[in-house]
Design a protein around this ligand. Sequence first.
Ligand SMILES: Nc1ncnc2c1ncn2[C@@H]1O[C@H](COP(=O)(O)OP(=O)(O)OP(=O)(O)O)[C@@H](O)[C@H]1O
Ligand SMILES: [Mg+2]
Length: 456
Amino acid sequence: MANVLIIDDEWSILESLEMFLNEKGHTAFKAATGEEGYRLFCSVGPDMVFLDIRLPDLNGLDVLERIKIKMPTAKVTMMTAFHDMETTIKAMKMGAYDYIHKPLDVDEVEKSLGRALHLAEIDKDTPLIEEAGEAPEAGLIIGKSRKIMEIFKMIGLLCQNRATVLIQGETGTGKELIARVIHRNSLYREEPLITVDCGALVETLLESELFGHESGAFTGAVRTKKGKIELAGTGTLFLDEIGELPMSLQGKLLGFLQRREYMRVGGQETLKSRCRIIAATNRDLQDQCRKGLLREDLYFRLKVVSIHVPPLRERISDIPDLVNHFIQKINLEMGTRVTKLESGVIEHLMAQDWIGNVREMENVLVEALVKANGEVLLLEDILGIISRKPSARVQQNSSCALDAMEREHIQNVLEKLGWNRTRTARALGISLPTLRSKIRKYSIQPMLTDGVRKAG
Ligand SMILES: Nc1ncnc2c1ncn2[C@@H]1O[C@H](COP(=O)(O)OP(=O)(O)OP(=O)(O)O)[C@@H](O)[C@H]1O
Ligand SMILES: [Mg+2]
């Protein structure tokens, strides 16, 4: 049973909290001023503290500061009124672990107490996340599973040549990351890496984006503009979302891949390029070919070397390392300070489907760490977030129901328009970036059913 210190100048609060605590079998220590509270803290060394923000002598924040200096792991819950919001935020920044509202609500008190005691226990013995020290190297592919090792081996080979590479895998599996790593480890790493998102622009713009244009080639083409192929020089041209490449451009790209020559839009001059091509897609390109959405000859030109990135659920042995990596990264980037995991967290993460793969897991961790507000990431922090993922089987509240509806609607339109994002965005009346972010947010994937896809 725990020792709990209550610091408040309101007698009724001291009394009622004490009663509540005694009922639960805990021992309460009461102080009506800041000074007295701090003295008691030092002599008792309580398992947790309920601390009022407004005290007659000291400010609650001063007391909090002293307590945290004395014992950095002390669990202090602030008791705040609604107009204390700013002070509350300050308190949380200073290391208070929780706050509850006044007038007190028994459920809130109990929850905060339960969490604090649970945390205090975990503090005693939990495996530590490796201390980061410095930022984990950006662009590092984490994982030791057999499947990832095979990809490492392939990357090693690819770094010594300029062969065209096709990277296929579900959304969020790390295709772009792999493309970057190939470039960064290649002999021409000092040359540019230029990315073209083949799904982001309407056909005509995409064409001039890729090949460039001469002045006067079309309305608005005021001066000559270099295309991305030209900008890539002898570096890498990364054709992302290649499965979205409009039919009209597929022939042009094929011509370029065959001859390594092209012309700017509206141009006469034949230009040459030696850039390395890496293409990526989350679509099943073979299936796209069957459905007549992708030229087969282009497909074969692209997959000189092909890398299949397996979904996260097929390499769950990578999850512990990934979690460790992301926690260090998030701590550094977001200023969170999680260093411990409650047992069961990793197991739980390993049991998920992760339809959005590594990206989805990273997003869950970001949210969980921000909510953890302390050194320990609890299982319940994770459970709460995972249970309202779009892929979750149970939708919990109305905002989730709305999300689910939106997700379904977007998916339907995407399917109907053959996953042409530009047209889908137009049909939905939203911008393309908004559509893309929603596809990511909801981890929308092409349906696997063999439904007929109409291009219109
Ligand atoms: N093995 C890994 N190690 C470390 N970080 C990873 C790994 N795989 C993916 N990530 C991270 O997950 C996120 C998503 O990866 P990335 O953007 O490369 O996915 P993608 O396959 O291109 O997804 P999409 O198909 O949606 O474009 C990135 O932040 C990336 O750094
Ligand atoms: Mg990508």
